[in-house]
Design a protein around this ligand. Structure first.
Ligand SMILES: [Zn+2]
Ligand SMILES: [Zn+2]
Length: 410
């Protein structure tokens, strides 16, 4: 049972909040002043806290800050209710530690929704942010402004750990943000590279944290048949192609050729080979009962090689790798019609992404590696057609298109 503590000094607002929070799976404890609220907080240990701010006294913000400073309550979901309607007030509440802000008087489910959102926010295991979602080549311009034009790069935060999938052109902006965040301290990132085609590595020479002494970049991928992982990266920064060589980078680079699972803090990362020219890997992360799969640049075996017991088994293994993932990021470069003329290029169609998601029974499917020929409207249509395919099979999978700067929490 979810328990919410409501600290509200205004009697009328307290009664309104109490009735707004009435829900079958939720109990509400109330406190009419801050001191009794603090006492109840320690005794009841609620799942979430609602603090009413009385205008103009505004001491509710001080209370929020005081509670946030206590190590026991650093991750307590907090919602502030106030009659101050301006966006600047909401921003300030969040800066002072609130997870959400609701303006009094609120309508219907607003407060209840804010409480559930705050609870979900604080139960996040992986924060996933897309920095590049395009396949093949960067495609900036007004036609791709909503989904973005940068090539593959996805950042995942799990506690203090920073894990990055691929270093296409999107990693440049991620690097700038990390450089700002870690201006005063050393940074360690773990970069998992699906394969070394241009669209998955081209941003690496522009990854600013790699130029700072004291930083460490751990790079995980495969040994190619004819050269080491380090040599693959050295080649990209050969003097014929780029003015700075890999040796000039001042961060410590550690290359690790994958053989088995990798453990980073609380996260276990496993990999699987995909069907793509050369080599390509899919990655699966698991931590605290949540799972995330990154699967791009893959052509289903049966589509390419025809149906046989062998190709069926290989496709089933791919689906099994994504089994029950909370989030599947899956390449869907082509429409089904486009695939017919692009067969053998090593990529998937919308239907292929839908079928992996359905066979694996994932919770959320994010279509990724958008074709450089597709503008925003075409990607919208692809997402919509994928939703239809999934709902046609009465599967309850949330389908969306990956977009630069989109953040998801799982
Ligand atoms: Zn690619
Ligand atoms: Zn590729």
């Amino acid at each position: 049972m979810t328990k919410v503590l409501l600290i509200e000094e205004d009697a009328q607002a307290r009664a309104a909040a109490e009735s707004a929070l009435a829900a079958p799976d939720l109990t509400v404890k109330t406190a009419p002043d801050f001191q009794s609220g603090l006492d109840l907080l320690r005794v009841e240990k609620p799942t979430a806290l609602v603090i009413g701010v009385v205008v103009p006294d505004l001491r509710g913000y001080d209370l929020c800050q005081e509670i946030r400073r206590d190590p026991d309550f650093q991750h307590l979901p907090i919602v502030i209710c106030s009659a101050q309607p301006y966006p600047a007030d909401a921003r300030r509440a969040k800066e002072l530690g609130a997870d959400d802000y609701v303006v009094k008087p609120y309508a219907g489910q607003q407060l209840l929704d804010a409480v559930w959102n705050a609870i979900e926010l604080n139960s996040t295991v992986f924060r996933v942010k897309f920095w590049g979602t395009r396949g093949s080549i960067a495609t900036p311009g007004p036609e791709t402004v909503r989904y973005g034009g940068n090539t593959a790069c996805v950042e995942v935060r799990c506690g203090e750990d920073i894990i990055i999938f691929d270093c296409g052109t999107g990693i440049r902006e991620l690097g700038l943000e990390l450089a700002r965040e870690y201006a005063e301290k050393n940074l360690e990132v773990h970069l998992f590279v699906s394969h070394t085609h241009w669209d998955h590595i081209q941003g690496f020479p522009f990854f600013q944290p790699a130029y700072r002494p004291g930083n460490r970049v751990n790079i995980f991928s495969l040994h190619s048949p004819d050269r080491s992982l380090e040599k693959l990266f050295t080649g990209q920064m050969d003097g014929n192609y780029f003015p700075v060589t890999l040796d000039d980078l001042m961060a410590r680079l550690h290359f690790e050729e994958l053989v088995g699972d990798v453990q980073i803090g609380d996260v276990k990362i496993s990999h699987m080979h995909l069907n793509h020219p050369g080599l390509a890997l899919s990655f699966r992360m698991e931590s605290k009962g949540r799972s995330f799969v990154y699967m791009t640049d893959h052509e289903p075996y049966q589509k390419l090689l025809g149906e046989s017991a062998h190709t069926k088994k290989l496709d089933a293994e791919i689906d099994a790798f994504a089994k029950h993932a909370d989030l599947l990021i899956r390449e869907a470069q082509y429409t089904d019609e486009e695939y017919l003329v692009k067969k053998g290029w090593g990529h998937s169609s919308t239907s292929d992404a839908a079928s992996t998601a359905m066979n694996a029974d994932v919770k959320k499917l994010v279509l990724f590696h958008h074709d450089p020929m597709h503008d925003d409207q075409q990607v919208d249509a692809i997402v919509e057609s994928c939703r239809e395919k999934v709902s046609h099979h009465s599967k309850r999978i949330h389908v969306m298109g990956a977009a630069d700067k989109l953040t998801l929490r799982i």
